[in-house]
Structure formats: C-alpha cells, structure tokens
Design a protein around this ligand. Structure first.
Ligand code: SAM
Length: 219
C-alpha cells in the first residue's frame, strides 16, 4: 500500500494488526533458527509490535524499520523505553540499549544497516503488500538479508476475492514462485485460524490459513 494509507491507519488508530501479546508463532519457532544469542535481528515493517521486546529478551540486538513516526514513538513510550533520535539519510534512527528502529520507508533503508544481522522476522510485512507491489518488497527484503541468514515469515492465505486486504492473501504458490529465487523455504506450520478471526468470519470468508516458514537467504 502507499505510505498515505498506513499513515491514515496510525492517525486513526485503526491498527487491528497490532497484537496485545507476543506472536505465538514467534515464541514457538524462533529457537528452531538456532541463532547465536548475541546476533542482531532485523524486523521489517515492525509497527510497534511486542515481538521486538521478545527478541530483545532472547538476547538479540533488534533492528526494526517502520514508516510511521507515531508507531515508533508509541513503541518506546508504551514500553517505558527512552530512545535517542538522529537522522540517517531520509530516515530517523531511534535507539535504546538493544532496540534500534529506523523510521521511514524501507526502500530508503541502506543494506549497510543490516549487513551484520544473524536473523530476521517478517510478520504481517509481506502480507501488507498487494500482489502488484509484493514482488518488489520481496526483492528489497532479499537485498537487506545477507547470504546464509535465516528468519521466520508468518503469512495468511484465504480466497482473496472474499475480502479486501490488507492483510493480503499470500499462497504457497506465490511463495514458491517469488521467494525461492532468493531464499531456501521450509514450511514449519500451517493452521486454520478462521475461528479466531472475527473480521474474516463476519465477511463469510470460507477458510483462513496462517503459515510459518523458515527462510534462509541463498548465496
Ligand atoms: C500490517 S502492519 C504490521 C506491523 C507489525 N509487523 C506487526 O506485526 O504488528 C504493517 C506496518 O508496515 C508499515 N509500513 C508500510 N509500508 C512501509 C514502508 N514502505 N516502509 C516501512 N514500513 C512500512 C505500516 O506503517 C505498518 O505499521
């Protein structure tokens, strides 16, 4: 989606994607990546997710990228963290001891910021893009992830005609067609989560799958 769409969502606090707890798939699968505790982790399109705190609690330095200033400022204030702020090119860099958030467009984030990461985590980032913008995001993500680095990708899939995104449906076929160019892809889980999602149930969406993949950047 265009930046104005997301700024409007944050301005109106229409942030149904924001979970009040740490994502259960992150808790379940993160240890399977077997990352060194002190490795840095990149979280694209991070919003103000509590997953950033979870990753920091696992011992990681966490690098996020988020377009919206309110989201970034609320992340630090909600979690009683004091951040220092500096300009880095077109982005604002907010940082505290272990968490470093680059506020601005991910397309303006230089690869130098993520060159030393040991892992990454994409929840509700790939699925935030409509199909016509998604392949470009996948390419940018691949540019930001060094060879050999693994991460988790959490997606949703449903019949796209039944509901307007975001979140947009990302099928296993799309992943096969567009991500295997850059990543080795391993499906870790796929659950039918329709019963837990009132918005989808109320719109009579017939099925809703939430999948977790392990991605490893190819050389
Ligand atoms: C669906 S939300 C997911 C947020 C977070 N990953 C979570 O799980 O709560 C997508 C987020 O991406 C941000 N975003 C959208 N386009 C962006 C861009 N071009 N660069 C950086 N962030 C962007 C939006 O502001 C929004 O907070």
């Amino acid at each position: 989606m265009e930046p104005s769409f997301w700024h409007q969502k944050w301005d109106n606090q229409q942030i149904g994607f924001h979970l009040p707890e740490v994502n259960p798939y992150l808790i379940k699968f993160w240890s399977q990546l077997k990352l060194p505790v002190n490795s840095a982790v990149f979280v694209p399109l991070c919003g103000k997710t509590l997953d950033l705190c979870y990753l920091a609690e696992q011992g990681h330095d966490v690098i996020g990228c988020e377009l919206n200033q309110t989201a970034v400022e609320h992340f630090f204030s909600d979690n009683s963290l004091a951040a220092s702020v500096e300009s880095v090119g077109e982005l604002q860099h907010y940082s505290c001891e272990q968490i470093s958030l680059y506020q601005g467009d991910i397309y303006s984030l230089p690869a130098s910021v993520t060159q030393s990461i040991g892992g990454f985590y994409d929840r509700a980032a790939l699925i935030a893009w409509p199909e016509e913008m998604r392949a470009d995001y996948a390419k940018k993500l691949a540019e930001l992830i060094p060879a050999g680095v693994s991460g988790l990708l959490v997606t949703l899939d449903y019949p796209q005609t039944a509901l307007q995104g975001p979140p947009f449906a990302v099928s296993p076929d799309w992943i096969e067609q567009h991500l295997t160019e850059y990543f080795d892809v391993e499906l870790l889980s796929c659950d039918d989560v329709l019963e837990d999602n009132a918005r989808f149930k109320n719109k009579n969406v017939p099925w809703l799958n939430e999948a977790t993949y392990k991605l490893t950047r190819k050389s």
